[in-house]
Write a protein that binds this ligand. Structure first.
Ligand code: AMP
Ligand code: ZN
Length: 111
């Protein structure tokens, strides 16, 4: 979608530090990490948020997250998957994305 930051990252028009890619999904490092490890996973196909993404893309993104976190053993130090919806829910980029936060000393949610 034109004028969407994450569509531009997905197409390569804007650079990113990719950590995962397949035909439908990319994972890349968050530019302003809030944990020792902080990645964003998106479907290449544009949608606005988790309520609007189609089921197929949702499964593709979650499967990619699972594949990535298993392959890189994020479970060892614990990790969290978060999606923000609407500006009131903390969303600032309106292309559905899932934050994967991991590494040591991950703060307890809400703490
Ligand atoms: P949210 O606030 O849930 O919409 O998350 C948007 C996230 O995108 C934030 O954590 C930003 O740090 C991150 N972000 C914004 N621009 C970029 C970029 N060019 N490359 C990587 N991450 C970005
Ligand atoms: Zn987009």
């Amino acid at each position: 979608m034109k004028d969407c930051l994450f569509c531009k990252i997905s197409s390569g028009d804007i650079p990113s530090e990719k950590v995962f890619e397949n035909d439908d999904v990319i994972g890349f490092k968050d530019i302003a990490p809030m944990a020792k490890e902080h990645y964003l996973f998106i479907a290449k196909k544009h949608s606005k948020n988790i309520n609007e993404i189609d089921e197929k893309s949702l499964v593709q993104v979650y499967s990619a997250i699972k594949e990535f976190t298993q392959k890189n053993n994020l479970e060892q130090n614990g990790f969290r998957v978060v999606t923000n919806v609407n500006e009131h829910g903390g969303q600032t980029v309106f292309h559905t994305h899932f934050h994967v936060l991991g590494g040591e000393q991950l703060k307890r949610f809400g703490a």
